[in-house]
Design a protein around this ligand. Structure first.
Ligand code: MG
Length: 413
């Protein structure tokens, strides 16, 4: 049965297919696994804006959107290298396609980095495509939802009382209804630094970090939680001192107090403080997260779902975390497509804490957020509601995206 015949068999055509109840009923009563729509992948294309966008096309007119972020500078070439594993395949066999590509990269750096991010961006497009093919939202294919809305925290556009715009950004956070925010406390440009390369913070630098937290804590209503990011820069002694000094502020977490490579050092920080330690935005695949769990190095994990290997991989990492009573608070730097894809995972896992977004951030690449999709703003009162529409459930605004491509590149054409 091809997709057209499948649509016909649902009785309601497109209208029936795009209603969740109608489709579920049709799938349950009118199909067997052998009757699922037989799709073939015909093409895979990429485009760059702030991250990489992937589009996977089929022989029956539908396509899926995916996205990768951060470790993507060479991802377009890597994804074209995946073509042999994609063209002609049934896009509904996501695990098989993913595992073949992953294992084919064992000798090609496929354990982490751009290879994994490229694979994850493809995988997200496959989920969008699969959802559209069977007329179900991705969360339904991830095991169904345990919550309707995903809590989002607002990465703050300010962190210091010296900023004349601070009041504006802080009232945005409050007015938008966010229940949590995050600030950066590392400062490579702090005039108090003795050395441009070494990352041992002196007393003045630590005082400056603590004052940022004090300023934000004094400025925010009590119910808004505060997390801080140290971006994996500092040495172990500094990390322990900062974590200890920040204990009175009852932070939601300290993020990457030391670099991500040495899990024993991360565990040393965690054991030295009762401030919760969060890490994982620079860790890839279940295989990367395993050591963080086994060594009890973190209280919270924060995989970047557009970077760590894809939606199902993020779900599997969350499930591993759940067995250690560890919640997941994903890093997020994606367009609404990637962000909403992450929300389908967050809706489906029990141990979802909060998802990042840089809502009040002044950087132009982040303030263009609403223009990527025809739905516009997707955050409402500090939450994102996962849509019941098929796939990720958002439609990209190609005309708008065409204007946001990286200079010298094209938008899927
Ligand atoms: Mg971070």
């Amino acid at each position: 049965m091809d997709r057209r015949a499948f649509l016909h068999s649902t009785g309601g055509g497109l209208a029936g297919l795009f209603s969740l109840q109608g489709l579920s009923a049709a799938i349950q009563t009118q199909t067997t696994p052998g009757q699922r729509p037989r799709l073939k992948i015909t093409d895979v294309k990429t485009a760059y804006t702030q991250g990489i966008h992937v589009r996977i096309y089929t022989d029956q007119g539908i396509f899926g959107n995916g996205e990768g972020v951060d470790s993507v500078s060479g991802a377009a070439a890597i994804i074209q290298g995946f073509r042999n594993f994609l063209i002609g395949q049934n896009p509904l066999n996501i695990e098989a396609i993913w595992e073949r590509i992953r294992t084919s990269g064992i000798f090609a750096g496929g354990q982490a980095g751009q290879y994994v991010t490229a694979l994850g961006a493809v995988e997200i497009a496959l989920w969008d495509l699969a959802g559209k093919a069977v007329g179900l939202p991705v969360y339904q294919l991830m095991g169904g939802k345990v919550r309707d809305r995903v809590r989002v925290y607002c990465d703050s556009g300010t962190n210091t009382r010296a900023d004349p715009q601070a009041k504006k950004y802080i009232s945005q956070i409050v007015d938008m209804g966010f229940t949590a925010t995050k600030i950066d406390i590392d400062d490579g440009a702090d005039p108090a630094r003795f050395d441009r390369v070494n990352w041992t913070a002196n007393n003045q630098e630590i005082d400056n970090m603590v004052d940022k937290v004090r300023f934000m804590r004094e400025s925010l209503p009590r119910h808004i939680e505060l997390a801080v990011d140290m971006h994996g820069r500092y040495d172990l002694g500094t990390a322990k001192r900062v974590a200890k000094e920040l204990e009175p502020f009852r932070l939601l977490w300290i993020e990457e107090p030391v670099p991500p490579e040495n899990v024993d050092a991360m565990r040393d920080v965690r054991e030295s403080t009762h401030t919760p330690i969060c890490a994982g935005e620079n860790v890839f695949l279940r295989h990367g997260f395993r050591e963080l769990f086994e060594k009890r190095a973190v209280d919270i994990i924060m995989p970047d779902i557009q970077k760590c290997g894809g939606l199902l991989e993020a779900r599997k990492i969350a499930d591993m975390a759940h067995t250690y009573y560890i919640p997941m608070a994903p890093h997020a730097q994606a367009s609404p497509i990637g962000t909403m894809a992450s929300c389908h995972v967050m809706a489906a896992i029990p141990n979802a804490l909060v998802l990042e977004w840089h809502w009040s951030h002044p950087a132009p690449r982040l303030t263009r957020w609403r223009q990527y999709v025809k739905e516009g703003e997707i955050i409402e009162k500090g939450h994102i509601t996962v849509p019941d529409r098929p796939g990720i459930g958002l439609e990209m605004d190609d005309a708008a995206c065409r204007k946001m491509v990286r200079p010298g590149t094209a938008w899927f054409d």
